[in-house]
Design a protein around this ligand. Structure first.
Ligand code: 1CP
Length: 357
């Protein structure tokens, strides 16, 4: 049975993002942005150049703490999201992972289901991930008191697709052949990822994360029935496992690109907040989601690249539609590297001044 958001929520904390995620409407909507740390920031590029690759940056707490804090210092975002990557889970399960400049993430691809069973194991996972937990504790100690610390993980389908494909993919050819031709073996991989991901998120909460987001960035590549089986169901399991251990910690679910199937995530109460991708009408979310869950999103990230009156207009429309109920301002996907940092500053100002009208 879905839990009634309002009936079970804890008292207000004075942290605008955390309170919004608990279902309390904020007169000034809280704001954070997916990929708010990263290559568009000169201070990130500078620190990145001192690391021995991207993975080294993620696994060196001193540096990862600093990168996490960069957008907080620059913009006073309401949320600080752990600096890491969704692919540290396959790495911690035993898969080789490396990042190549201009190519993106690469993994030693899983060839067969038997290969998966032999190569992957949750044993030792938390030891490999210890620097991530250390980063969270370190960030927590340095955050302004009104800022909420967010942990995150990738969802099983999104992470599993990288594991099978060996990196980014346009059509998910191999992963879908596993899914369709060997559904039991594919299910076993998804089950392993459900277990590892729930455990990972709980450890992040133990280390200091005050809310967590699960990214199903490639859910929209699936047909509707497959979305239910391979995105919604695993996300519900992860949600339930996290809630069983941390009932008061909000979970944000971001099943990107699933169109009308979004309604089911909301109806089934999967998450305290639903992240909307760029393609969804805000008015639909107001009418069909916001009566039950907090809504987060969904300005087109490329609006922030362009800036100007177009960005201001689109931002005002979102605020006019969604800020009357529990709402977190965000983009419909991550900040892209070409984004001028001053446009992000203007966006933050705009959201804050709108709330104060
Ligand atoms: O060279 C570099 O500096 C690496 C670029 C980079 C960065 C900055 C990668 C490689 N990952 C990250 C950080 C990251 N990744 C964060 C940090 C916190 C933040 O500020 O938001 C987060 C939350 C992620 C999550 C992530 N990684 C997702 C889900 C979110 C999304 O954007 O859809 C995905 C799909 C990845 C895989 C990944 N890692 C890196 C890249 C370039 C990619 C995407 C590759 C692809 O498009 O397939």
């Amino acid at each position: 049975m879905p839990v009634d958001h309002a009936a079970s929520r804890p008292a207000e904390t004075g942290k605008p993002l955390l309170d919004a995620l608990h279902g309390y409407r904020q007169s000034v909507p809280p704001i954070w942005l997916m990929r708010q740390a990263g290559r568009y920031l000169p201070e990130y590029r500078e620190l990145r150049a001192t690391a021995d690759g991207f993975l080294d940056l993620c696994f060196t707490p001193e540096k990862a703490i600093e990168v996490t804090l960069q957008p907080i210092r620059r913009y006073q975002m309401d949320g600080a999201i752990l600096f890491s990557d969704i692919l540290v889970i396959p790495y911690a399960l035993g898969q080789k992972l490396w990042f190549t400049e201009g190519v993106g993430p690469q993994l030693e691809a899983l060839e067969t289901p038997r290969d998966a069973a032999q190569r992957l194991s949750v044993t030792g996972m938390h030891e490999t991930l210890a620097p991530v937990y250390e980063t969270l504790a370190g960030v927590k100690a340095k955050l302004p008191r009104e800022t909420t610390l967010l942990g995150f993980a990738g969802a099983p389908w999104t992470v599993g697709s990288y594991m099978i494909e060996g990196g980014s993919s346009r059509d998910f050819f191999k992963a879908k052949q596993w899914m369709f031709q060997e559904p039991e073996a594919f299910q076993a991989l998804i089950d392993l990822l459900v277990e590892a991901t729930a455990d990972y998120l709980c450890a992040q909460i133990d280390a200091g994360a005050e809310a967590v987001q699960v990214f199903d960035s490639w859910a929209g590549s699936l047909a509707p029935d497959d979305v239910v089986r391979w995105s919604l169901n695993p996300l519900r399991q992860i949600h339930d496992k996290v809630k069983a251990r941390h009932p008061q910690t909000p979970v944000i679910v971001f099943p990107r690109g699933v169109g009308p199937v979004y309604q089911r995530y909301a109806d089934q109460g999967i998450g305290d907040a639903l992240g909307l991708d760029t393609g969804l009408p805000a008015a639909w979310a107001r009418d069909h989601v916001q009566n039950r869950l907090t809504v987060q999103g969904n300005l087109d990230p490329l609006r922030v690249v362009a800036g100007g009156e177009g960005m201001r207009q689109a931002t005002r429309e979102l605020l006019d539609t969604l800020a009357g109920r529990p709402y977190v301002f965000n983009l419909g996907h991550g900040v892209v590297p070409q984004t001028p940092p001053e446009h992000v500053g203007e966006l933050v100002e705009l959201v804050r001044s709108h709330g104060q009208r």
